[in-house]
Ligand binder design. Structure first.
Ligand code: NDP
Length: 296
């Protein structure tokens, strides 16, 4: 089966490699950075010049783009997917974006007899490389079932959350909690350190205590403990995810007290120049406002 793959970043490149390993013929494109496209080409992928050229050759197109704006551009823009996706083909969108954005695109695509699977992911770059992502799915159950072998090249934990858009909503909830947790680590560990506790000891104790969050294992070793912030998951992408939740809360007239505070802290960290760093840098930024560094 010919599979188009658009968005070859920290997540998309290893995911596309796993699709190739799964035996699919992959068609992709270079956006601004040539290297990921060339790495895939070396594994047998064909390089096309635009989404429309990919769409003309493929039964399934996978998108893993930064956010809503890029997703809209790839589908509806000049030389976009809509220009040449074939009747009966399928778009699997794995971007973390608003559910309503994908629902609007699905309507446009339906007119062309193209169906859509909503499939944001969780697990980060390590799970992307090992093909062990969690896939948070929305869309027709039978359509998802039919594409399970392809989806399982990228992730083994598949959850069907409802209609197109429902996957994005569940992913947004995960991101809000993940963002708040990483900031809580930054703030609370800084206080503990200032009061004289060793951050390494705090981590060891909390691993066996009620304040434990998996975010500690995901972002203390290799990031906060070493004061190193190579992404990983870029701070500006997490800022985008927190803001998706804030915007949705406004639309639904729902308070989002902790999410709004997280949004402000991510905005401050981003505007202080940390946007391209891993999102754990927001916790370090918060600790720095207390004059502390969480390195140990
Ligand atoms: P990156 O910023 O690393 O990659 C984004 C990719 O999209 C780049 O290859 C970029 O190309 C490409 N791109 C941007 N605009 C276009 C366009 N108009 N046409 C074609 N390609 C385009 O992001 P990630 O891979 O980290 O994240 C991708 C998605 O996955 C996001 O929605 C993110 O929230 C989500 N996610 C990320 C996780 C992580 O740990 N990183 C974990 C779970 C979900 P170029 O660089 O050439 O401009």
């Amino acid at each position: 089966m010919n599979v188009g793959f658009i968005g070859l970043g920290a997540m998309g490149l290893p995911m596309a490699m796993n699709v190739i390993k799964g035996g699919y013929d992959v068609y992709t494109m270079v956006h601004s950075n040539r290297s990921p496209g060339e790495q895939l080409q070396a594994l047998g992928a064909r390089l096309c010049s635009a989404p429309s050229e990919i769409a003309a050759q493929c039964e399934v197109i996978i998108t893993v783009l930064p956010a809503d704006r890029e997703l809209d551009a790839v589908v509806l823009g000049e030389n976009g997917l809509l220009e040449s996706m074939r009747a009966g083909s399928v778009l699997i969108d794995m971007t973390t974006a608003k559910g309503s954005t994908l629902q609007a695109l699905a309507k446009e695509l339906e007119a062309r007899e193209v169906r859509v699977i909503d499939a944001p992911v969780s697990g980060g770059t390590t799970a992307a490389a090992s093909g062990q992502l969690t896939l948070i799915l929305g869309g027709d159950q039978a359509l998802i079932e039919a594409h399970k072998p392809l989806l399982e090249t990228m992730g083994k934990k598949l959850f069907h959350c409802g209609e197109v858009g429902a996957g994005k909503t569940v992913k947004m909830v995960n991101q809000q909690i993940a963002a708040i947790n990483v900031l809580a680590i930054g703030e609370a560990f800084a206080l503990g350190k200032k009061a004289g506790a060793d951050p390494q000891v705090i981590y060891q104790v909390l691993k066996e205590s009620s304040g434990y969050t998996r975010m500690m294992d995901l972002r203390i070793p290799g990031f906060l403990a070493e004061d190193r912030f190579e992404p990983g998951f870029k701070l500006d992408l997490m800022k985008k995810d927190v803001n998706l939740a804030v915007e949705m809360a406004m639309e639904l007239n729902t308070p989002l007290t902790l999410g709004s505070a997280a949004s402000q802290i991510f905005a401050a960290a981003s505007s202080s120049g940390l946007g391209e760093k891993d999102f754990a840098a927001a916790a370090a930024y918060l600790a720095s406002t207390a004059g502390e560094n969480l390195k140990f």
